[in-house]
Ligand binder design. Structure first.
Ligand code: XMP
Length: 505
């Protein structure tokens, strides 16, 4: 196992993912993790970070880690930290380096088998100016004398550039060399994980009853399917149809779980309950709160009907649980808190089964494919827990849902038909609370517009509005205004995030 110590780099998670892609299990841990824990690792990677070692507040490392005999790789700030802690010098560079940079390396050690000139990805202001005792220089660039350093005896390595970023053309090869040095086993595969997890759940649960809230999303779908493979009919799934789901979603869930897998699945039609509670509510945060609370109440009511369940399955992911102080995890947890059933286990004494706790989303999707879940579920774009209530500006009513749902369906169909569904990460319709004048079939109309929102993004924290070709935009516009009575205009949102958010509420 490899520990990646997080010094706050935007690429910290990417390092973990690359190592896992190479078949070795890696975990992102806070940089102040105890020495005792570090001793369990086969290799340690120190991430980059925004720190400056000339400042007192700069994040450091327990120096004893260098005497553990465990191979260590420092990346960017990680390299500077190694040099600094071991008696070298780090200074602000005269010329900062950002972006693709040619470096000259010595083709040995972690660079063995590579040519002397390499294109790497840099992003640094400081650099190592004096090497610590025992280190040699393994590479330089025009503006940086030490882009790679090594103490082969102690197996400690440093890189000023980022091997985890694809723009470092041989980055994966370098990480692979480091893994070979650590002698870690390449045994991290989703096939193995799935088998082990199923037998683990079987043992854990015994003859107990287990409940699970299915949402139609990939996380709860994969989590429930894994548990179902382990314990079959001892699993009871509850799907609360809030009426705020997209067109066709409830049917899809019934088909995938009840019909194909023959799961115990209870579909609770709670549309009226939700719409009643949302009457006259226009504030988005209030909508979220109301929907979240009512969801929990209904789930609680239904789980009591099942009776005697000891365990609750949750589709919690690695990015949700990662400890505080680790860069991306915190934000992901906040985003998710709106729609899960987090309040339940404590209140009712359920024990938790979280089979996806160690996994990233792409790993979860791989398991979804292995478990033969339908592509529409495995590749489903993110959809907020409070559903379409957030996409109807103002009060969410049945009448407005009838306008939004078919418009949203048309958008999804056309984006998919144009083959854009893989390159646009989220696309949907929004119904604003205004009307405008139009002319349709020789008569004047006074109807609602539909806002088309589509974004490309890596992590949903920042996003660009998607450059959808005009002919596709036209087709969407024509179809919506023709097919959805009550809509007489389609507008396209050309706002990135920031300053906008992905959702309108
Ligand atoms: P924003 O609108 O904050 O959205 O740019 C970023 C991502 O989060 C999703 N989102 C939510 N998901 N409950 C959720 O489960 C929510 O209340 C919620 N609000 C936004 C949004 O769809 C996008 O993928």
């Amino acid at each position: 196992m490899i520990y990646v110590l997080d010094y706050g780099s935007q690429y910290s998670h990417l390092i973990v993912r690359r190592i896992r892609e190479l078949g070795v299990y890696a975990e992102l841990v806070p940089c102040n993790i105890s020495l005792e824990k570090l001793k369990q690792a086969d290799g340690i990677i120190l991430s980059g970070g925004p720190q400056n070692l000339s400042e007192k507040s700069a994040l450091r490392i327990d120096k004893r880690v260098f005497n553990l005999g465990i191979p260590i790789l420092g990346i960017c700030y990680g390299q500077q930290l190694i040099a600094f802690e071991l008696g070298g010098k780090v200074k602000a560079a005269r010329h900062r380096e950002y972006g693709p940079t040619e470096v000259t390396i010595k083709p040995k050690g972690i660079f063995s088998g590579m040519t002397k000139k390499q294109i790497t990805w840099m992003s640094h202001g400081d650099q190592v100016t004096k090497l610590p005792k025992g280190f040699v220089q393994l590479g330089y660039s025009k503006n940086c004398a030490n882009v790679a350093i090594a103490d082969e005896k102690r197996k400690i390595y440093g890189l000023q550039f980022h091997p985890e970023v694809i723009h470092t053309l041989n980055g994966i090869k370098i990480l692979k060399s480091f893994l070979q040095i650590t002698k870690s086993k390449r045994n991290w595969s989703m096939v193995d994980f799935t088998k082990k997890e199923i037998s683990k759940i079987k043992k854990l649960v015994g003859k107990d009853k287990v409940i699970c809230a299915l949402s139609g999303g990939v996380d709860s779908a994969v989590a429930a399917t894994l548990v179902h493979k382990a314990i079959g009919k001892q699993l009871f799934c509850i799907y609360v149809d809030t009426g705020l789901m997209r067109a066709g979603e409830t049917e899809q869930v019934v088909k995938a779980f009840k019909k194909s897998q023959r799961m115990n699945l209870k579909v609770v039609n709670a549309t009226n309950e939700f719409l009643k509670k949302l009457k006259n509510v226009t504030d988005p945060e209030k909508k979220r709160k109301i929907i979240g609370e009512l969801f929990i109440r209904i789930f609680e009511r239904e789980s009591k009907k099942i009776g005697g369940a000891k365990w609750l399955v949750q589709g919690t992911l690695y990015t949700d649980v990662i400890e505080a102080g680790v860069s991306i995890g915190k934000t992901a947890a906040v985003i998710k808190s709106h729609h899960n059933v987090g309040g339940l286990p404590k209140k009712f004494g359920f024990k938790l089964i979280e089979p996806l706790r160690d996994l990233y989303k792409d790993e979860v999707r791989k398991i979804g494919v292995l478990l033969k879940l339908p592509e529409d579920i495995v590749q489903r774009q993110p959809f907020p827990g409070p559903g379409l209530a957030l996409r109807i500006i103002g009060e969410a009513t049945e009448e407005k849902l009838k306008l939004l749902k078919p418009a949203d369906k048309i958008i999804r169909e056309e984006i998919k038909k144009a083959g854009l569904d893989k390159s646009i990460q989220q696309y949907f319709a929004v119904l604003p609370d205004i009307k405008s004048v139009g002319v349709q079939g020789d008569s004047r109309t006074y109807g609602y517009p539909i806002i088309l929102r589509a974004v490309t993004t890596k992590d949903f924290m920042t996003a660009h509005w998607a450059r959808i070709p005009y002919n596709i935009l036209e087709r969407i516009s024509v179809r919506i205004t023709n097919e959805v009575r009550g809509i007489n205009r389609v507008v396209y949102d050309i706002t990135s995030k920031p300053p906008g958010t992905v959702e309108w509420e």
